[in-house]
Write a protein that binds this ligand. Structure first.
Ligand SMILES: *Cc1c(COP(=O)(O)O)cnc(C)c1O
Length: 348
């Protein structure tokens, strides 16, 4: 069987996580079993997964050069990391951060479990490393702000550094290599890539942390389903070709949007497929553009083959967002078709 270090990651995406042995199918089957007879690798699916989940963990663990534990969703993976913070501990989140993670930490604060500190992307991250958990999201959702993950992880710290790498995927950033303790992905997004599943991944190298993740997954009942694991495996095989095309389209659209008279600012970090832009006409113009697109899908979420856009207003944690902001996840369509649709929705 091919091992992860033996081939490039482009090849590993295709060759990893395959069944070994003569006469086996090319793909791991969807194993819809809750329990197994004794003597094999599995006993009960909530606790130790199934063959399908193992295959996804093996493939993604090879990409991250660590051990990956698959969860029922990105939020389940994030919650398992937060479970590691002791009662009375400190959690640091970016000012611009995925709203679900902000809500989860805020609930813990309200219950008296933790204290929360927020740091802006350009703020004093090194000064925050005294916390029990420092959560990084780079580029952030939805403002696409970046922090220097490598230099933050290189500085001495007291607690854990977790990186939500959903926007860049394991192909564009490897936080464990940069020194982070744990990497999180919402595989619902680019890894699955077809807007047809919900699944999360948490990767680590420290054995005690990996044990913690597995224990929380089992005891909190956060194991992924076999169908979702199969779909994530099926999706990740084409991640690189999808991402290359999406980035190509995103860079072109970012440039064209920057030259559009209705647009006052474009936020695109130059990699990844998510961008945001702000409209001169404010919230009303942004709402109208979302209503008027016909090819671009007006919907939440991101990372699918189809281009989606939405306002990120309306969440409890979205008070810091500038007026007229639209977030767009760029898909693999013909970029000229996308541009015609967008240009029309923006009033030409
Ligand atoms: C979607 C998302 C999550 C949550 O993942 P789910 O799979 O929806 O639970 C976490 N972080 C980021 C950056 C996301 O985009």
């Amino acid at each position: 069987m091919i091992q992860p270090g033996e081939v490039s990651e482009s090849t590993w995406l295709v060759a990893g996580g395959r069944p070994a042995g003569e006469g086996r199918p090319l793909n791991h089957p969807i194993v819809p079993a809750s329990n197994f007879s004794p003597g094999g690798a599995h006993w009960y699916a909530r606790s130790d997964g199934t063959e399908t989940v193992d295959a996804l963990e093996a493939l993604t663990g090879g990409l991250e050069r660590g051990t990956v534990v698959a969860f029922a969703s990105g939020m389940a993976a994030a919650a398992a990391v937060l479970e590691r913070v002791p009662v009375g501990g400190d959690v640091v989140l970016p000012v611009d951060c995925y709203h679900g993670v902000v809500g989860l930490v805020a609930d813990g604060v309200e219950a008296g479990r933790w204290a929360l500190h927020r740091v802006a992307a350009g703020g004093d991250w090194l000064g925050a490393l005294d916390a029990d958990l420092v959560w990084l999201e780079s580029p952030s959702n939805p403002l696409l702000e970046e922090v220097d993950v490598a230099s933050i992880c290189a500085a001495p710290r007291r607690g854990m550094v977790a990186v939500d790498a959903t926007f860049l995927t394991p192909l564009r950033v490897r936080p464990l290599d940069l020194g982070a303790d744990v990497v999180i992905h919402s595989a619902t997004k680019f890894i699955g890539g077809h807007s047809d599943l919900v699944l999360g991944l948490a990767g680590a190298r420290d054995e005690r942390l990996i044990e913690h993740l597995r224990r929380v997954r089992s005891l909190h009942g956060a194991a992924p389903g076999a169908l979702e694991a199969f779909l994530a495996l099926r999706g990740i095989r084409t991640l690189e070709v999808r991402l290359d095309r999406m980035e190509h389209n995103a860079a072109l659209l970012a440039g064209r949007l920057a030259g559009h008279r209705a647009v006052t600012r474009v936020r695109y970090p130059g990699r990844g497929a998510v961008l945001s832009f702000e409209l001169a006409g404010g919230d009303e113009a942004a709402d109208r553009a979302c209503d008027l697109v016909r090819l671009v899908v007006h919907a939440t979420s991101l990372g699918g083959v189809e281009t989606t856009m939405e306002r990120r207003s309306g969440y409890a944690s979205s008070g810091h967002l500038p007026p007229g902001l639209v977030r767009m996840s760029v898909g693999i369509e013909d970029v000229d078709d996308l541009w015609r649709d967008l240009d029309t929705a923006l009033g030409g």
